[in-house]
Unconditional design. Structure first.
Length: 263
């Protein structure tokens, strides 16, 4: 007997099949046509397509044959995805240069539904330290340098919602687990222009991040440097690494048509 998870995955696959059929169609489709092409009973097809309609991804004609089609929402999602990939394309040469200059691992990340998502990672090839960031990988917001920078665009209410949804799990003995302390850290990051992960995600590792701004003047991505605390001392971070990190973040901001916020 299929498990609940298996049934759920099967429903997702059926819904994706319907989306792909509607996307290829030159005009809206009748339910009978959609059921025939998807090789599903009309009742199942109706349930799947109605879910898409309820979520705003499909529509049903009000008159005539009451056919089904996809809405412009898919274009909006596609544009968001394209924007992220364009940021990665623009930023990659800067990541390579920054990693070579500092001999530390450089990352580009975005906010993906309340988690840090790594779009690009350029590792320090000369180090024997294992860096956990991987392209496409994710990390919590509250204990990473990139996460704290990305949280700087949140309203107080949005930050409270994030904490309520994801919690503040303790990754190490240095991890922030208090909402008040997280608010303070985010405010401090905004004030000084960079954030710091001081062994909060992984013992022995330090990370600092700077914001990349979009055309609306809000943080759209984070540029970060990671390395062992033996190399990335607090003095080196403040005196040497931060000026370089900030300069590169600003260059990426300019390349993508972003602008710094008016304080």
């Amino acid at each position: 007997m299929p498990t609940k998870a298996a049934k759920s995955n099967l429903s997702v696959l059926k819904t994706i099949r319907i989306i792909e059929i509607l996307a290829r169609a030159h005009e809206p489709m009748r339910l009978s046509e959609l059921a025939a092409q998807s090789d599903m009973p009309p009742s199942t097809t109706l349930r799947m397509v109605n879910t898409l309609v309820e979520c705003g991804y499909a529509y049903q004609e009000e008159h005539g044959q009451q056919r089904y089609g996809l809405t412009m929402r898919f274009l909006q999602i596609g544009q968001l995805a394209a924007d992220h990939f364009s940021i990665r394309d623009v930023a990659h040469p800067f990541l390579v240069s920054l990693a070579q200059e500092t001999r530390e691992t450089c990352c580009l990340s975005i906010d993906d539904h309340g988690c840090v998502r790594y779009l690009d990672v350029v590792e320090n090839a000369q180090s024997n330290i294992l860096i956990r960031q991987r392209i496409g990988g994710s990390a919590p917001m509250h204990c990473t340098g990139s996460g704290k920078i990305l949280l700087s665009k949140y309203t107080p209410e949005a930050l409270d919602d994030l904490v309520a949804q994801h919690g503040l799990p303790q990754m190490t003995s240095h991890t922030i687990t208090s909402p008040d302390e997280l608010r303070y850290e985010v405010a401090k990051s905004i004030e000084r222009g960079y954030s710091m992960d001081d062994e909060e995600c992984e013992i022995g590792m330090r990370c600092m991040a700077a914001p990349i701004y979009g055309s609306n003047g809000k943080v759209t991505a984070a540029l970060s440097l990671s390395g062992p605390i033996s190399r990335m001392t607090k003095m080196r971070c403040e005196v040497e690494l931060y000026p370089r990190l900030q300069a590169y973040a600003q260059q990426i901001t300019q390349k993508i048509g972003g602008q710094n916020p008016v304080r």
